[in-house]
Design a protein around this ligand. Structure first.
Ligand SMILES: Nc1ncnc2c1ncn2[C@@H]1O[C@H](COP(=O)(O)OP(=O)(O)OP(=O)(O)O)[C@@H](O)[C@H]1O
Ligand SMILES: [Mg+2]
Length: 358
């Protein structure tokens, strides 16, 4: 059984969407698949329309050793099974506090069904606590979905630290691959993100990119995998391609043996040095000047006022990694592009954003 955990402590980056759709496409390819929901939010079950009236038969009871794993399995389709979770699972960390071997609970539970499936897909919560730890220890491979926000790239470092701890303390080798998700190819930011990303993770990055599509959200809200909801939409092909890529790796990946060592090497590259960029604006008669852009998730930050030789100058230094960034000033509540920068791109509202190349 090939065991794959979807992990990233950043919420909303596409773990569950990927878990659901990957499981569904692998099952459609005739593989026998078990999806385990290790997230107390229970979204994997909801996203596949699994009814929660089996409430007492969740992964929680299995992890506590109160229920044999085979009794918690719910069959969704011929080759697709699921083990649900619910909010009670959030007590797991507390209940297990100090207990010996608490990181191995999932691994131990799986022994009984090791030969019953081709694939195990584990959906993890948005944290690096005991549940994610259990998932990573049980898995042989980790897929880290990363969406196009700098926020999720920042979180990657913590996650890799956790994985390193697992490798060292538990002596467990994990293959790691990163999946770019929720990519809107129309924006320059996303284009740049994908290009830099693929260049920096040539060996640890899926070729497949999951584009932004509202169909994925719709499908999940109808309790369906995309394959059962809309076969025409781009997300259908994206996740189908991902499943194919994973199937193709069956032999290849083991031969190459991607490990944390290789990704940490790449991780060094992930963080090229930041440069201090000084933003300056001459804005007399203004009371508040702020700046917002791709680098701060468009949340305005104040500039500092400096009177110099009778001029009213506003400035702020921001540390930026190499890349393209769109930004605007907010002068007393009014948006304005940077009058000192003639490089602009159209914004979605009919105006223009200034653009800086670092
Ligand atoms: N490619 C995409 N395009 C558009 N919406 C998406 C895409 N992928 C996921 N979503 C939507 O974004 C939201 C978050 O996705 P998802 O639940 O898969 O993230 P998650 O990492 O599992 O979140 P959490 O950390 O809370 O478990 C969902 O509403 C989902 O439908
Ligand atoms: Mg989730």
């Amino acid at each position: 059984m090939r065991k794959i955990a979807l992990v990233n402590q950043k919420g909303g980056c596409g773990k569950t969407t990927t878990a659901i759709n990957l499981a569904s496409f692998l099952a459609d390819e005739g593989k026998k698949v078990l999806l385990i929901d290790l997230d107390p939010q229970g979204h994997a079950g909801l996203g596949l329309g699994a009814k929660g009236d089996e409430a007492e038969k969740t992964i929680y009871e299995v992890l506590l050793g109160e229920l044999p794993i085979s009794e918690a399995i719910l069959t969704l389709e011929d080759t697709l099974d699921i083990i649900l979770s619910d909010v009670v699972l959030s007590a797991f960390e507390q209940v297990m506090a100090g207990a010996r071997g608490r990181e191995y609970k999932l691994t131990q539970s799986l022994v009984d069904i090791e030969n019953n499936y081709d694939y195990l897909i584990i959906d993890s919560p948005p944290s690096v606590g005991l549940l994610t730890f259990n998932g990573l220890v049980a898995a042989e491979e980790a897929i880290i979905p990363v969406d196009a926000s700098s926020f999720s790239l920042h979180g990657l470092g913590n996650l890799l630290d956790t994985i390193q701890i697992i490798e060292e303390k538990v002596n467990h080798q994990l293959s790691i691959k990163i999946l770019a998700t929720n990519i809107d190819r129309r924006t320059n930011f996303c284009k740049g993100f994908v290009e830099t990303f693929k260049a920096r993770f040539p060996n640890n990055c899926f070729k497949t990119i999951i584009k932004t599509s509202t169909k994925l959200r719709e499908a999940a809200s109808h309790g369906k995998a995309i394959a059962d909801y809309d076969k025409q939409c781009p997300s259908f092909h994206d996740y189908q391609n991902l499943a194919k890529e994973i199937l193709n790796e069956e032999v290849e990946m083991r031969a190459k043996g991607f490990t944390l060592g290789s990704i940490l090497e790449v991780e060094g590259l992930l963080k090229p040095p930041e440069r201090e960029i000084m933003f300056n604006l001459e804005a007399p008669d203004s009371a508040i000047v702020e700046i917002a852009g791709d680098f701060n998730e468009w949340v305005p930050e104040s500039l500092h006022l400096k009177e110099s030789e009778g001029r009213t100058l506003w400035h702020k230094t921001i540390s930026l990694r190499p890349g393209n960034y769109e930004y605007k000033y907010l002068i007393d509540g009014r948006w304005s592009s940077d009058p000192a920068n003639d490089k602009t791109v159209e914004d979605p509202y009919g105006g223009v954003n200034s653009i800086i190349y670092v």
